[in-house]
Design a protein around this ligand. Structure first.
Ligand code: AMP
Ligand code: ZN
Length: 490
């Protein structure tokens, strides 16, 4: 029996406390993650949110829960400012590119899914596309309209004073948030928000639907309430998102959920629609907040073009706690890539040495592995401490005098949570050619081989000359690397 018994504790943003995970439905875990707004490529900061949600899901699976994970795709309704102001992000992108909104949404959804695959993020049970749920959104809004909403010329607004504890999640430090809220004439409270936005008279939008409040489009917060409730049932277990959502989007979702469920105060977190709300902190650039518009646009593809395997970025994320801010740097990414290479090379050596057909079924009971499994389990069970879990993985890799097949079994089990693909990733996979590189792998291999020959016969002049030639082509020859990693693109 593996010792996977450490109680799972997770940080609930709603109570600002670590709490034991107690599933709503015994044996199950139902998780909803706010998905991307598909008006542009995701940046690597956005992808940190999904690496976090993936590790959460993998941890719930490791703990034996049957997981149902939903991630939505926001293809309508998200305005250029979260606080109810500005234009619809997709309408704006469609106008700027003179393209149909549906084409824009399709293109960036595909790009997002490609990043999901490249980061080895498991497929959720449902990708819910917001525009598929508009009739359900209208029904939801109708059911709460009488008691909780009022109509203005611009649309249907939610009155935040009609539910208990509005804004508890944000802890109501709303000065900044409220400063950004659009001043709409007739709004009863500053924080009231549109759940249906009417198309202004004389305008047509590419995406609009008929509703009891006129032709228009749903509000962004309404989408997530409807899709999470429909697919997971209220209350479900965990709702995730980036920490920015703690301020406006999630408090508004919670208010709608309370209204829809006729639920009382948030003293019982389940009244919010989800028992736990979890938020990942931001990936930041040295210059400050990560953005899609200023400076170098840090897309996953840019990292790949520069020769960094995407899983090195995943490892970079795992090295930090999800609730800590993480500063991106190319040096940090380079160090993560080196760490990943060492793990991959170690696995390759183990595979070479492992005898075929060894029975590994009892690996968990092995005297050297059992304590490591318990420590790995304790680390991830403590609010997903992946940084510590990685050091336990390193210890497993470094164990001496143990059957390689057993070691591989342990590495595979740990990787089922970490998701670094350690059992299948090869050294060649990790050697991505930077887009700007002119030299081919074959040329490099020939020169490296010639250099080994020169060194074998102590022809150091020739070996140095070859080293310089390689350096001129942007290739570092690495002598004496303990894992035999003999070159890298500099
Ligand atoms: P969006 O496409 O803007 O709706 O964002 C998708 C997800 O990324 C949301 O959960 C955001 O909270 C999250 N997010 C946005 N910026 C960052 C960042 N720099 N670091 C981590 N998560 C982020
Ligand atoms: Zn959402």
């Amino acid at each position: 029996m593996t010792d996977q018994s450490a109680p799972l504790t997770l940080f609930n943003s709603l109570t600002r406390a670590l709490e034991p995970f107690v599933p709503v439905h015994p044996g199950e875990a139902r998780v909803y993650s706010c998905g991307p707004t598909v008006y542009n490529y995701p940046h690597i900061g956005n992808m940190r949110a999904y690496v976090f949600a993936d590790v959460l899901g993998r941890t719930l699976s490791w703990k034996g829960y049957a997981l149902t994970h939903v991630i939505n795709i926001t293809d309508v309704g998200h305005l250029t400012d979260d606080a109810d102001a500005g234009e619809d992000k997709l309408e704006k992108a469609a106008k700027a590119n003179a393209q149909s909104i549906w084409d824009i949404a399709r293109h960036y959804t595909q790009a997002y899914w490609a990043d999901i695959a490249a980061l080895n993020i498991r497929q959720p049970a449902h990708w819910s596309i917001a525009t598929d749920y508009v009739p359900a959104m209208i029904e939801f809004a109708q059911s709460i309209a009488d008691k909780h909403c009022y109509e203005l010329p611009g649309g249907l607004y939610f009155d935040v004073s009609t539910v208990a504890d509005y804004g508890k999640l944000a802890r109501a430090a709303t000065d900044e948030g409220e400063g950004r809220i659009e001043q709409v004439e007739g709004k009863r409270h500053q924080a009231d928000f549109a759940i249906w936005r009417k198309t202004p008279p004389g305008e047509t939008r590419q995406m609009e639907w008929d509703s009891p409040w006129g032709r228009g489009a749903p509000g962004w917060h309404l989408e997530c309430s409807v899709m999470s409730g429909k697919l997971l049932g209220f209350p479900f277990d965990i709702h995730t998102g980036g920490i920015d959502h703690r301020e406006i989007h999630h408090p508004n979702e919670i208010a709608q959920n309370q209204a829809f469920c006729c639920a009382g105060s948030l003293t019982d977190p389940a009244n919010s629609g989800a028992r736990m709300w979890m938020h990942n902190n931001f990936l930041v650039e040295r210059s400050g907040k990560m953005s899609k518009s200023s400076g170098e646009f840090l897309r996953l593809q840019l990292l790949i073009d520069k020769g960094y395997h995407p899983l090195a970025y995943r490892l970079l994320c795992l090295q930090a706690h999800y609730r800590s801010e993480l500063e991106f740097s190319w040096e940090g990414l380079g160090a993560a890539l080196t760490r990943l290479k060492r793990l991959v090379m170690a696995v390759a050596q183990l595979k070479e040495r492992a005898e075929p057909g060894v029975d590994v079924s009892g690996w968990q009971a092995h005297a050297k592995l059992a304590p490591l499994v318990a420590r790995f389990d304790a680390a991830i069970a403590e609010d997903l401490n992946t940084a510590v879990a990685l050091t336990v993985l390193d210890e497993a890799v470094a164990l001496k005098k143990i059957d390689p097949a057993l070691k591989l079994a342990a590495i595979g089990a740990f990787d089922s949570v970490l998701g670094l693909n350690l059992l299948t990733l090869s050294r060649t996979d990790l050697r991505l050619r930077p887009k700007a590189a002119t030299v081919t792998e074959d040329e490099i291999a020939q020169k490296i081989a010639a250099r080994h020959e020169a060194r074998a016969i102590k022809d150091f002049a020739q070996s140095d000359a070859l080293r310089d030639e390689l350096a001129a082509q942007g290739v570092d020859a690495m002598d004496g690397d303990p894992l035999g990693w003999d070159w890298r693109l500099g």
